[in-house]
Design a protein around this ligand. Structure first.
Ligand code: PMT
Length: 295
């Protein structure tokens, strides 16, 4: 399914329940991916958006699938998807064979392999799209509530870039803001962090990983530690905007830090850091399940 419409609550509930039933022998991961959009008008013409294309979420989903997980891929509509992510510009590489009229793709290494992988894993992959911040907040809550009975077998991987600021509904103008009114002053309110409610009320037994994105390396570890203290979840993965594709740091509730950095050799082999992240998380998740089950 590559074209989506925004789903209503009962549709999400049905889809997630069917998916969980179909994959009841697998570990389940909910992966959030891409950026949220914040409208500036009720009949929105303009938005505040962010940089994320959803690379982290899409690549990680591939590795969760490879590691036996069934994945609810909760993503920004039109952001990158697992397996198709490398082939966004396919149209320019397609040619029509003059003799039989068949379309052939040239210069796309790995296309056949990606299609095969997608077809192998598609029953373990559920796409649920969001666009705006309020959809993200609400739908994530609905999805997590359905998955809550999975207990410690549920892993939640919050890689989406969620806006920290928005305009409250009651303060949004109904119609397009007019430039004839002169300079535009915006008052943005702070988005309530949903991680706290998620961890303490919605999925208290799940294994929850959040990401911390900074541009200033000197504050990354402290901010990650304070997120763990505040929300009480299992792992924060810290990353710096400019280096996020080759190094990240795992931070644990004990305060311990565990950096992962791609070696030159791994970079030369075109490995992606998400493979290392997910391998590590699988080990931590299995340990978490056995500790929770022995209690
Ligand atoms: O998509 P890519 O280009 O590959 O980039 C990947 C990434 C840099 C977006 C990703 O690795 C990342 O760091 N994602 C989290 C970015 C972010 O929103 O950080 P934050 O410090 O604002 O939020 C921390 C955590 O709280 C996040 O896991 C977020 O999902 C969660 N959050 C944020 C806001 C909010 N209102 N409620 C939340 O629960």
């Amino acid at each position: 399914m590559f074209h989506h419409e925004i789903l209503h609550d009962p549709q999400i509930v049905t889809k997630v329940n069917e998916f969980i039933n179909r994959n009841k022998d697998s570990l389940i991961a909910i992966v959030t991916s891409g950026g949220t959009r914040v409208p500036l008008e009720k009949n929105a013409v303009r938005f505040i958006d962010n940089f994320s294309m959803g690379n982290r979420g899409a690549i990680s989903t591939e590795w969760f699938l490879e590691n036996g997980y069934a994945v609810v891929f909760f993503h920004r509509e039109e952001s990158l998807k697992p397996y198709s992510r490398k082939f966004m510009h396919i149209f320019e590489h397609l040619q029509v064979n003059e003799e039989d009229g068949k379309v052939v793709a040239t210069g796309f290494d790995g296309l056949a392999e990606s299609i095969t992988k997608y077809n192998t894993y598609k029953n373990r992959l559920l796409y649920i799209p969001f666009t705006d911040l309020d959809q993200y907040m609400h739908m994530l809550d609905v999805i997590c509530k359905q998955a809550c009975p999975l207990g410690p077998r549920l892993l939640i991987y919050l890689a989406a870039a969620v806006s920290d600021f928005y305009i409250k509904r009651e303060e949004l103008p109904t119609h397009k803001i007019q430039s004839t009114n002169g300079d535009l002053q915006l008052k943005l309110s702070l988005v309530p962090k949903m991680l706290e409610r998620l961890v303490s009320n919605v999925v208290p037994n799940a294994f929850v990983i959040s990401f911390k994105l900074e541009t200033d390396e000197s504050i990354l570890i402290d901010k990650s530690r304070s997120a763990l203290e505040k929300y009480g979840h299992q792992v924060v993965i810290g990353n710096i905007l400019s280096t996020r594709k080759r190094k990240v740091v795992f931070v644990y509730p004990s305060g311990q830090v565990d950096p992962i950095e791609m070696s030159d050799d791994q970079i030369a082999k075109h490995m992606e850091i998400e493979e290392l992240i997910v391998d590590k998380l699988k080990v931590l998740h299995e340990k978490f399940i056995s500790i929770r089950n022995s209690k």
